[in-house]
Design a protein around this ligand. Structure first.
Ligand code: D61
Ligand code: MG
Length: 384
């Protein structure tokens, strides 16, 4: 049993840069269930992501993965040698053993979400099916990330840490996943293009290019930045829901677990915004010092609201007035500011503290430098 436990947390640290720390800081009751929820979906995603597996093999595995997690001894060795999390599936029997030790209520939630996600992935993996419309984009992101939010909310409510209302608000739980996934999809354009995975909806990129791969041509730079601006605007539409969801979370360990990925996402989106490097470089990431700062500060709703106000201002200042969504982004940033001032009045005081720290303190120099590198006219906000 202890052998299995060690293996599980080994798999977690091997497969996740961003989620390993927040999962390990959860209260004892939820730590193992959420760790296994993560590993099972990461296993499923490792089949989805592998473009070297034939569709007639891939699709049945995606659809039956929710049954596979009950089959002691099962593992999978058909991933290509370079697939990043292939080892997790090679040793998946250790994940299954630990899953079968969970309380049945958690097993049921995990299996149910795995079934829905596998069906959705199978649909979008099918030849000839692509992310065409904005509605498709929301649907695909619901399958691969929104459903994770739904499952987590069910776990929070099932164990009594949070009110039943958290599980009832599926719309808000879904938005938690969509904001994270859409930020990744905007950031990972070049990597996904290289692997022939197309997640940007044609309804958006089709307004700026005839073929998606034309966006990286140097002569299309202006169009490419307009398209990116559109993708950033689309992702930002979930921010108000994210703040409302976070305001319902009362348990401290659940709050940090939920809030840290979201503040990392708004910081990442601010870095991505109006940044041509998205089309020329893979692995665009926020700096280590900025991550450390965010993980330290994202402890309560007032500070998290202040962090969102901070980045909304920075992001707004990076918008080019010639961008087609210059006004739309300005309006959204204004709405974020307004919602925060109305519902989280203490965020104003927190924002002043954050700005003072950024301008003066030791983390400050890192952040100010990051803002300058990002090309922002930092701290001179239209809202100030
Ligand atoms: C609160 C806290 C964490 C939340 C949340 C609410 C709501 C949703 C999510 C986490 C899910 C966010 C997913 C965003 C990152 N995207 C990916 O990892 C893509 O794969 C999606 C399918 C597998 C989802 C696995 C997952 C992720 C985070 C979890 C979790 C399960 C379970 C519990 C807690 C967090 C992306 O992966 C790229 C890659 O292979 O690295 C892709 O293939 O598009
Ligand atoms: Mg995937």
């Amino acid at each position: 049993m202890t052998i299995t436990k060690e293996k599980i947390y080994h798999h977690l640290t091997m497969t996740s840069r961003s989620f390993a720390a927040v999962i390990q800081d959860l209260d004892e009751e939820l730590k193992d269930p959420i760790c296994l929820f993560y590993l099972i979906l990461r296993g499923l995603d490792t089949i989805e992501d592998d473009m070297s597996i034939d569709l007639d093999i891939k699709i049945p595995y995606l659809k039956k993965f929710h049954e596979i997690i009950y089959q002691k001894g099962w593992n999978f060795t058909k991933n290509g040698p370079n697939e990043k999390d292939r080892q997790l599936l090679v040793e998946f029997d250790t994940v299954i053993d630990a899953f079968l030790c969970l309380k049945p209520a958690y097993q049921t939630i995990i299996a149910d979400i795995t079934k829905q996600m596998g069906d959705g992935m199978a649909h979008y993996a099918t030849a000839g099916i692509n992310v065409e419309t904005n509605a498709d984009y929301d649907e695909y992101c619901h399958y691969v990330a929104g459903l994770v939010g739904l499952g987590l909310s069910e776990m929070f409510s099932a164990c009594g840490f949070e009110s039943p209302m958290v599980a009832k608000r599926k719309d808000l739980s879904n938005s938690m996943g969509l904001f994270l996934q859409k930020t990744n999809i905007a950031r990972d354009f070049l990597e996904d293009l290289r692997d022939k995975r197309f997640f940007w909806p044609k309804e958006i990129w089709g307004r700026y290019a005839d073929r998606m791969e034309d966006l990286i041509k140097p002569e299309n730079q202006a169009k490419a930045l307009h398209c990116l601006d559109h993708m950033v605007f689309n992702a930002m539409s979930h921010i108000k829901d994210v703040l409302e969801y976070l305001s319902m979370i009362k348990n401290q360990s659940c709050f940090k677990f939920c809030a840290i990925p979201q503040v990392m996402a708004i910081a990442t989106l601010t870095l991505v915004h109006n940044n041509y490097k998205i089309y020329t470089h893979e692995n665009i990431k926020i700096r280590k010092g900025e991550t450390v700062w965010l993980m330290k500060e994202a402890v309560d709703i007032d500070t998290v609201a202040a962090i969102f106000r901070y980045y909304a201002r920075l992001l707004n200042n990076k918008t080019n007035p010639l961008d087609p969504h210059f006004i739309d982004i300005g309006v959204l940033c204004g709405e974020i500011e307004q919602v925060c001032v109305e519902r989280y009045p203490n965020s104003t005081e927190q924002l002043a503290r954050l700005n003072a720290g950024v301008l003066g303190g030791s983390t400050g120099s890192t952040l100010a430098a990051a803002a300058v590198v990002a090309g922002a006219v930092a701290f001179s906000s239209t809202f100030a």
